[in-house]
Design a protein around this ligand. Sequence first.
Ligand code: FMN
Length: 266
Amino acid sequence: MEKEIHYSTNISDAFFRQVIDYVGAGVVITDPALPDNPIIYTNSAFEKISGYPTKEIIGQNCRFLQGDKTSSTEVAKVREAIKEERSVVVELENYQKDGTMFWNELSLYPIYVPSEDKLYFVGVQKDVSDRKSEEARTAGYKQEACLLSTPFVPITENICILPLVGNIDTQRWEEIYERISAHVYDHDEEIFIMDLQGIQNLNDDVHNGILTLQQLLHVMGAKLIVTGIEPSTAKAGVNLADFRKNKISFYASVQQALEGIRALNT
Ligand SMILES: Cc1cc2nc3c(=O)[nH]c(=O)nc-3n(C[C@H](O)[C@H](O)[C@H](O)COP(=O)(O)O)c2cc1C
């Protein structure tokens, strides 16, 4: 791994110290030549982010910000970067002095100071807790949208209808496979009626997704029935002959499918 070292002018320059103090993000400088790579400089924003006063920060290794929830995988990335003297950006769950957790976007850089012929590490810390909660909220909405767009409607003990609306792309198929297999596993349902009436675009993705789903359900001992596609209106993407070949029953409507099932059972 090639070392990535940034060159600096005189680090002790009072002007630079002042500039660093005015930067909105936390800044710490560590000296890897000292035991346990301790902090030798910190700016006032770091005091604010961490909740510790400078006198309690100087001389410590930055790991004092870590706690129970800090990802060991992300910390290992930092450890590797320090070992290989290269920069890295990670997002870590860190803790303030009063125990409050915050998301720390840490950017770490090796800085070589020619006048001292010495390498330092500079860490720039940004509290990104607001962005992280926003991301978590969005992920929650997405999951909710996914549940709503793939509703399971059990109509008898062993028949479940899955009315689909909108567009189904590869990612949505993945979600459908995952949810259906979990559902079949939990409920032991035997027949799945997938209604495509509300699907806007019966394309290759839909065609291939149905074939994969049929195989999946077949392995699990369940049966797939597709409704909402009439032979006369089936688009080129959905080849009904292919469905027949793969023993997928299809009907124009859910009602017809239910009548078909009833007829088979009498
Ligand atoms: C300049 C610098 C800044 C750092 N800032 C942080 C930080 O803000 N939060 C954190 O959890 N770790 C930070 N670290 C990482 C830890 O100090 C330490 O390198 C990491 O925990 C991996 O080493 P360890 O396995 O010995 O703990 C920083 C490291 C350096 C060199």
